[in-house]
Design a protein around this ligand. Sequence first.
Ligand code: SF4
Length: 357
Amino acid sequence: MDLSPLYRWYRKSGRDLPFRADRDPYRIWISEIMLQQTRMSTVLPRYSEFMKIYPSVQALAEGGLDQVLQAWKGLGYYSRARNLHAGARHIVEKHNGIFPDTMESALEIPGVGRYTAAAVISIAYDKPHPVVDGNIKRIFCRLFNQAGEPPEKYFREKSYILIEQCNSPGEHNQALMELGETICVPGRPDCMNCPLKNQCLSYQTGQNEYASGIGVRSPQKKNDVELVVQVFADNRKPGLWLFRGERSYFFKNLWFYPCIIAERKKILWQSPKSSWLKQKSVRRFENKFRHSITNHRITGRVEIHEIDSSPGAENLFRVPEGEYMFVEFSLVENSIVSSIRKKAELIYADFILPTML
Ligand code: SF4
């Protein structure tokens, strides 16, 4: 197959994306991780912001994890941000701050799998490692007129045959990715504008909706859970107590309000109590909010817990399952990355701020 029309089309019509401006492996790596579970339209503004804060792998490695999580705000799936931070430290320590150019070394970086490694190494270093994801599989099924979904071996072999014939593996991979995202899309492809229509077997035979389901994420079944946000407002000083713990369910290792998470009335997790924080009273709100996280549909409620902290309580102290931190009201927004904060604040802010400030 002659893919030169595809490459010409990509050079002329490929989208002008910020991470394609040069071949900096760091920039490509960040974009690939962001795009793993997030749409391009969501990623683009956040990518630019993130790169302003962390313009180099050294800057990312030297940044504090809490600040990196803040910079990741709005992208969700915070384990990716944690892996990026650990990955940057790994690259600085083991590879002198330069993303490695071999698969073996790239796969040792936290959070980097075969697809990401192949994308970064091929685009940054022009090495012949094909990327194969749902989009590429769909294109291959259509180009070679394959009904159903052939085994992985088929795609692996085809992808190596094609990449070995090209002059620039980086351009080859990016052109295929671009084709899958803009022309040979799931459902009805835009064959009239496709640079490969003269060679595409399914188009030639009128079966170009083959493989329409490949590369389309099936909607995940969502579990209904209840979340009780407990706003721990301190009587002694103007601010709140937040909690962070290893087992905090959706908020694992993230600062969030103490809370209870339950499924069909059964408690899945709740923040541990502390003798340093004595509860004086609770105000419960009837209003509910809704939120979705991965495959969970959350119904949230808010409670304000009036707390008397012990005079000896440090502003940051450990409990067996994590730690509590006192934050002034003005710093709550910077401490909680979850967008649930805004929804909870809409319910409690009017009741807590005038009296506590
Ligand atoms: S001709 Fe149509 S089906 Fe074939 S590769 Fe192009 S867009 Fe996809």
